[in-house]
Each structure stands twice: as C-alpha cells, then as structure tokens.
Ligand binder design. Structure first.
Ligand code: ZN
Length: 74
C-alpha cells in the first residue's frame, strides 16, 4: 500500500478561460517522466481531435483518442 502523493486532482475551481483545450492539461500530470509530445492528433478523426498521452510502464507513450477510442503506441 503506497500512498500517492499529489495525484493532481483539483476539484472545484474551474477557470472559464476561452481556450477549448483545458482538458489537455490534465495529461500533464503523468507521474515520472516527461511526456513532451502531447497534443497528437488522431489520424482517424482528423487534426481537430487531440489524443491523450499516457505513459506506460514499459516507457512507451500511448495515445488514446477520446472520440473514436483509437490507441497509438510510440
Ligand atoms: Zn479518433
């Protein structure tokens, strides 16, 4: 049982900025290594759809499309 520190989930304060990409920022809280290739676009849905980056245990980055569910490993 390890205790997680700083899982980065802040509730409440929702800033209503004019950007539509607010959701993306939650993927920055990937623990450990940096994920610097955020904002990959889904090849299926087109450039308007950004994929979420998830760091896998083996060091690969998995990109998941929230729209069509497609996964890409790099
Ligand atoms: Zn997609």
């Amino acid at each position: 049982m390890g205790k997680k520190k700083g899982s980065g989930q802040k509730k409440g304060k929702t800033k209503h900025s004019k950007t539509e990409r607010v959701k993306v920022s939650k993927f920055y809280s990937v623990s450990g290594d940096k994920v610097d290739k955020l904002g990959k676009e889904c090849p299926k849905c087109g450039t308007a759809v950004k994929m979420g980056a998830h760091k896998e245990k083996d060091g690969k980055i998995r990109y998941a499309c929230g729209k069509c569910g497609m996964n890409i490993f790099e």
